[in-house]
Design a protein. Structure first.
Length: 126
């Protein structure tokens, strides 16, 4: 399980849907009281951000017209995550580099997403 925590619009279909599924797996593990120590210590997941991150991914999934029928409950997430407060931190810059290395589609999208700011200095034609 891994929360990439990258801007969802810069992720390919596979990784967007993959992270979404893994959020549901993380919630399932917490519900069953299964240990997620390895994921916490590895900086792979942050239960405290589960609900907000799910929301963010679903917004992007909806924008791309993917079906989403698995809504989750904010109160349940907050109460399950409480015990993990301050236990983990996710290195987003490292995740961006890792995903770019792993997936040409994500690399392409991330680049496209950054394009407008990078080309700030281009002189408008006409
Ligand atoms: Zn969902
Ligand atoms: Zn990808």
């Amino acid at each position: 399980m891994r929360m990439w925590m990258l801007p969802p619009e810069g992720m390919c279909r596979k990784h967007l849907l993959g992270e979404h599924v893994e959020l549901h797996m993380l919630l399932g593990s917490m519900r069953r009281g299964k240990s997620i120590e390895g994921f916490l210590s590895g900086g792979l997941v942050d239960p405290q951000q589960l609900f907000a991150r799910h929301d963010e991914l679903v917004t992007e999934m909806t924008r791309r017209r993917f079906k989403h029928t698995s809504s989750i409950d904010a109160c349940e997430c907050a109460s399950l995550a409480a015990q993990y407060a301050g236990r983990t931190s996710i290195n987003i810059a490292a995740n961006a580099a890792e995903l770019r290395r792993r997936c040409p589609d994500c690399a392409h999208l991330m680049q496209a997403k950054n394009a407008p700011t990078q080309s700030k200095n281009t002189i408008p034609v006409g």
